[in-house]
Design a protein around this ligand. Sequence first.
Ligand code: CDP
Length: 229
Amino acid sequence: MNKIVIAIDGYSSSGKSTMARELARRIGYVYVDSGAMYRAVTLYAIEHGMAKDGKVDSNALVAALPEIKISFEPAGADGVQHTLLNGRDVEREIRDMQVSSLVSPVAVIPEVREHLVKLQQEAGKHKGIVMDGRDIGTTVFPDAEMKVFVDASPEVRAERRLKELEAKGENVNYEEVLANIKERDHIDSTREVSPLRKASDAHVLDNDHMNHKQQMQWLLDLYNVIINE
Ligand code: CDP
C-alpha cells in the first residue's frame, strides 16, 4: 500500500500528540513530535543562560544552533518515544512549566524554525510518517495527503494539561496552566513566520466532547478514506 504523509496541527494541549502517536502505531508509521524539537531547543537555551524571565537571547541561540542535535529514541517499555538533546534523554525536562513558558518565544525565531523545519522535512522524505505541531500542514508538508486540525476550548485543554502535570508530580494550579495555554495560543497564532492556522485543505477535529476512542475512530476512518482514494 502507498504510504502517505499525515500532518496533525492544532492548539496547545489539544491532545494532538497522544492521538498522532497512537495513529502512527496503529498504521505502522513513524511518529515525530515537532513540538518536542522546539522544546529541546528551549531547554538548551535555558541551560546555557540564553533564556530566562520570558526573554530569549536570540543571537546567541541562533549562533549555537549547529551545536544542538535532536534525536528520538523509539518507544520503550513506557510506550513513549524519548527526545534526546545531544544524546541526553530530556523527555521529562522538556515538558515542565519552565520550558513551556519559554518555548513560544523560542519558536518565533525565524532561524530556529528554518533549522527545525529542514530536519522535519528530512524525516518525512520517505513518507509513512505522522507529524504533529503547529505548521506541519501549512509549512513543513504543504502537500501532505492527510491534514488534520485539532481544536478544543482553552478550558478543556487546561484541565487536560493540569491532570498530565499533576500525574508527574508537578506543583501547578489550573489558573497558571490556563494562562500559559492562552498565552501560547496568542504567540503561536500571531507570530510572523508560520503562524498556527488551519490549512485550507485540513479536516477539523473538534474534540471538546469526544473521548479517546471516538477520536481514534475518526482519524482511522479518515485515513482509510484517503488511502483508498
Ligand atoms: O504539547 P503542547 O500542545 O503543549 O505543545 P507542543 O506541541 O509540545 O509545542 C510546544 C510549543 O512549540 C508550541 O506552543 C509552539 O510555540 C511551538 N511549536 C511550533 O511553533 N511549531 C511546531 N510545529 C510545534 C511546536
